[in-house]
Design a protein around this ligand. Structure first.
Ligand SMILES: CC(C)(COP(=O)(O)OP(=O)(O)OC[C@H]1O[C@@H](n2cnc3c(N)ncnc32)[C@H](O)[C@@H]1OP(=O)(O)O)[C@@H](O)C(=O)NCCC(=O)NCCS
Length: 190
């Protein structure tokens, strides 16, 4: 059985990004992103209405981290490491199955520049090596072409399509399930 331990918090560095731990000081940036209707279009979560909502979201992230139930990184540009520009995380960890779900978002003005691809490679590497995950899944709205392109570029494969299985913004929406297996899986001795 997987027993994730995220202490000390694993900082991840890529060519242009630093992925660091969230603090409550990131609430304004989180609120800006999570209150943006376009960014949240395919994410079945309520938009934040206030900075306090963003603080509550960060607190959930920090609680999950402490319990080993999930890890979410605050994405920053390397030359501005105090400024949140997005998030990426491994959550819904199925410890018995060595499996987790990945989720991500980045500010609109930074989209389409390869940043999330960079972040996803680092997080997948961490998940498969340090965390010893066997598989990572992503659940997306098939209409989310940016997310689908990112996953395909990152060697995720679509495995399922659930028809109208969730109710989002007044209509029933489909879910495409993608997954990626650990590249060099060594059988766990449990
Ligand atoms: C999905 C998201 C995280 C992608 O991040 P990004 O930094 O813009 O993605 P990248 O620039 O790294 O692009 C990765 C690949 O996807 C492609 N892509 C990105 N946006 C695209 C778009 N709108 N349409 C088509 N392809 C797109 C890129 O072209 C690239 O492939 P390529 O190098 O072969 O051309 C970003 O669009 C986002 O934050 N969306 C809002 C939140 C969201 O929907 N999150 C996912 C919920 S499942």
């Amino acid at each position: 059985m997987l027993a994730p331990n995220f202490s000390p918090f694993p900082l991840l560095k890529t060519e242009r990004l630093l992925l660091r731990q969230f603090t409550l000081a990131d609430a304004a940036g989180v609120h800006q992103l999570r209150s943006d209707d376009a960014v949240m279009q395919f994410i079945n979560r309520p938009l934040t209405q206030t900075i306090e909502d963003a603080e509550a979201w960060i607190q959930l992230i920090l609680d999950a981290l402490q319990k080993g139930d999930g890890i979410t990184w605050c994405i920053c540009l390397k030359n501005e490491t105090a400024t949140h520009v997005g998030s990426i995380g491994l959550w819904r960890i199925e410890k018995e199955n060595y499996r987790a779900e990945i989720g991500y978002m980045i500010e609109p003005q930074l989209q389409g520049k390869g940043y999330m691809y960079e972040a996803l490679q680092a997080v997948a590497h961490y998940g498969f090596t340090d965390m010893r995950l066997h598989s990572v899944e992503a659940r997306i709205d098939p209409g989310n072409v940016a997310s689908a392109a990112l996953l395909k570029k990152s060697s995720f494969v679509q495995e399922a399509l659930f028809k109208e299985n969730y109710f989002n913004r007044g209509h029933f929406a489909d879910t495409a399930v993608y997954s990626k297996l650990a590249p060099n899986y060594v059988q766990a001795n449990e």
